[in-house]
Each structure stands twice: as structure tokens, then as C-alpha cells.
Design a protein around this ligand. Structure first.
Ligand SMILES: [Zn+2]
Length: 110
């Protein structure tokens, strides 16, 4: 089983729009089941995925979002933007990046 990290975010429920907490799974940096918040620097040094020196990267992420209002768990894809080795922001994926095409869990933007 592949290991992954998580970043904790708040996201709108895809069904009713209420704010829900989500733990977005991703593989970038050291993949030792690290837990991050937005703004944290990524750790490296074990089971590394990607390249630490890249200045701006978007990483493929997925979370099961369970809404407190409608209690409807849904898998949601996310983009995790890493700038200067820190998690800058996390957005709901809109299809503009194609990780299947890149064949990797991340795409270098710069
Ligand atoms: Zn909902």
C-alpha cells in the first residue's frame, strides 16, 4: 500500500455547499503519513516523492468530505499548491491539471 500525507482543509460540501472539514491525501515530499495544515513546510528525507528544489508545484489530492449538514460522504479531488516547499493553498480540482497525462502525483509549474 502506498503511503500518503494529509493536509487538513475546510471545503464546501459538493452536495449542499455547507462548510465541511476534509483531510486531503497526497503524495509529495516525504511520504510518511505526515499531517499538515496550509502554510506548513513539507518534510523530506524518507520515501520522497518529487523534487524539493522545485519552486512551484501543484500536487494531486483527494479527500472524502463528510458534511455535517447532509452527512453525505463524497470523494472530492483537490489541487495542493506548493510554493517554496510550503503548502500555499488547497483548491477543489477543476480539471485544468491532468495528472494522468503527466504520469505523476505532481506537476511542476515553474
Ligand atoms: Zn452537505
Amino acid at each position: 500500500m502506498a503511503l500518503f500525507n494529509i493536509v487538513r482543509v475546510q471545503s464546501a460540501c459538493p452536495r449542499c455547499g455547507a462548510t465541511a472539514n476534509a483531510e486531503v491525501q497526497f503524495q509529495y515530499g516525504s511520504t510518511r503519513q505526515n499531517s499538515y495544515d496550509v502554510g506548513n513546510e513539507l518534510q523530506w528525507g524518507a520515501h520522497d516523492v518529487g523534487e524539493r528544489d522545485l519552486s512551484q508545484v501543484v500536487v494531486d489530492g483527494v479527500a472524502e468530505v463528510t458534511c455535517t449538514r447532509c452527512a453525505n460522504p463524497k470523494d472530492v479531488d483537490f489541487y495542493i499548491f506548493v510554493t517554496g516547499n510550503a503548502i500555499e493553498k488547497v483548491e477543489v480540482a477543476d480539471g485544468r491539471f491532468d495528472f494522468a497525462k503527466s504520469g505523476d502525483t505532481y506537476i511542476a509549474l515553474k
